[in-house]
Design a protein around this ligand. Sequence first.
Ligand code: FES
Ligand SMILES: [Fe+2]
Length: 348
Amino acid sequence: MAQKPTFVEDIWYFAAIGTELKPGGMKHVTIAGHPLVVGRKQDGNVFALRDICPHRAAPLSAGKIHGDTVECPYHGWRFGLGDGQCKEIPSMCADQTSPADKIKVRAYPVREDGNLIWVYIAQDKRYAGTPKIDPPQFPMAAKKPVFIERLRLNCHVDHAVIGLMDPAHVSFLHRQWWWRTGGSMHEKSKKFEPRTRGWAMASHAPSSNSLGYKLLGGKPVTEIAFRLPGIRTEDIRVGKKSLLSFTAVTPIDENNTEITQVFFTDFAIVKVLKPLIKKGASIFLNQDGDIIKLQAECLKHDPGLLLIDDADQQAKWYYLLKKEWAKSRKEGRDFVNPVKAKTLRWRS
Ligand code: FES
Ligand SMILES: [Fe+2]
């Protein structure tokens, strides 16, 4: 089931963690082929501009913020942080007519919600200023992140997303004594339902064979959800306390993808065990990264792929969601979620 590798557009992408951008700070990110500088003004507000100076292509992220403008490091042209308008060309003499008001760098809609920063990537820049949708909201993300793990994968975003949502690989690729052992594999039956631009595995008691959950004490309920363009969340609750494991799978370009995993929580035990949990998350992510590296060699031969029922149903839903998203944009109509409520069964 090969799919033309395209990106989801006209949607909010996760771009950065709020605590990583100090006032006056900037960061370069490439999202779905768009080179961006994401930064924070002295007043605390965030901005996102195309990270290529229209003069001679220096990255603005290597420059400096002055008030409401960013100064290019090469010849000092200044651009407004809100609208990307060129405000100043220092090499112009007083009696020369400055072309500045005709020069603009593309500005991207940006939002900060809690500690998550989102940038709206529009296919057509004429629509870039008017997103019709909001970025997803996660109240737990207002808490300080417990840790942030990142991994760059050398694959198209589709392989990273379906690898992340794939329940059948866990017992093999991630087999280790402190999480699951081969002997603990058993049949599972989980209820799935459609959610905004995605689906969720409805609240359930987590796998009894996961040692990690036992540490939280009490009776946890967990909900795992996925939404376009590539956001997976795992929400674990025990009584009033909760843990949000937030994972963003963000395409850099056709052949590179970045996975960011962040934990937000008010469980004291998670904070105490932070070094261990961070280590565990890093081991998991690297196992995924290693198999993707191996898989990338095989994918060069452009093999067909087989998606089976029910273990690969989420991969199928992902492709369906992407297809319907692109179609609804093209036809200028509302998106209709193609996911239908369903119980999926598999062994893991
Ligand atoms: S390249 Fe930016 S001012 Fe010249
Ligand atoms: Fe994995």
